[in-house]
Design a protein around this ligand. Structure first.
Ligand code: ZN
Ligand code: ZN
Ligand code: ZN
Ligand code: ZN
Length: 254
């Protein structure tokens, strides 16, 4: 079989090309690929995609690891006491044609499932957990008072009062759920996709984003399982406290 003959880029000793197992299919300038990052020291791995040239994507990982970002890949390299380049090699699993963004997204999902990358030693984290911001304080652009978070959460946590916060502007929304957070988030996802006529969906649509791209979730209060009445009251209290019914708040009720 004739090789595609793709060589490392001509920059001598390119740091990114040195990390890429290429088999002649990709180099640091290749875009629209699904890739696997493999740890050089243990079995950990991660599946990702990029529509940008690989070196741009790798640069993001490099700087996040340097900053000590709180995400699985950076933390894994840090655990080994290594920087990103020392810790991981990159293998291109699939290369798509330029512009095939939807296919890229689906192929990434497929590879994550196929390689069971969301279970250790896989480092892919759940999409909902990745949206849940873990912090200790919160505030409102309408009051600027700082409050303390009561309790932590992941995608399985129920009986929480949460705040959705737009990644692109100051818009926010206060809500509650007695179901696991991921179930609630799935409802937002599908309503946004369906173009539902409600403030949260319409806000994401205004930015031209889907729900996950537009919002992150912050848990304000975590109650005990079954405290439905208290949950209702606490939600009301938070809406009042953060003045979520006035712009940039997205609540349409008090
Ligand atoms: Zn290169
Ligand atoms: Zn490792
Ligand atoms: Zn999760
Ligand atoms: Zn916004």
């Amino acid at each position: 079989m004739e090789s595609t003959g793709l060589q490392p880029c001509n920059k001598s000793r390119c740091k990114t090309c040195a990390m890429v197992y290429c088999n002649g299919t990709a180099n640091c300038r290749t875009s629209f690929v699904v890739y696997k990052l493999g740890c050089r020291f243990c079995n950990a791995f991660y599946v990702g995609k990029t529509s940008c040239p690989l070196n741009k994507r790798v640069n993001v990982y490099r700087s996040r690891t340097k900053e000590g970002a709180n995400e699985s890949l950076s933390q894994h390299a840090i655990k080994h006491g290594k920087d990103f380049d020392e810790c991981f090699s990159v293998r291109v699993l699939q290369r798509l044609r330029e512009g095939q963004a939807t296919k890229l997204h689906l192929e990434e999902k497929e590879q994550i499932k196929k390689l069971v990358a969301f279970k250790p030693p896989g480092l892919n984290t759940c999409k909902t957990c990745a949206m849940v911001y873990q912090g200790t304080e919160y505030s409102s652009p309408n009051t600027e008072i700082i409050y303390r978070v009561n309790g932590t959460a992941n995608c399985q946590t129920s009986f929480v009062v949460y705040k959705l916060r737009c990644r692109f502007c100051n818009a926010f929304y206060v809500g509650k759920t007695s179901c696991p957070l991921n179930k609630r988030v799935n409802v937002y996802r599908s309503r946004t996709k369906a173009g539902a006529n409600e403030s949260v969906s319409q806000h994401a649509i205004k930015h031209g984003k889907d729900f996950d791209e537009c919002f992150f979730v912050r848990v304000l209060q975590r109650l005990r399982e079954g405290q439905a009445t208290k949950l209702h009251l606490e939600e009301k209290e938070q809406i009042k406290k953060l003045v979520a019914f006035k712009p940039p708040g997205l609540n349409t009720y008090r």
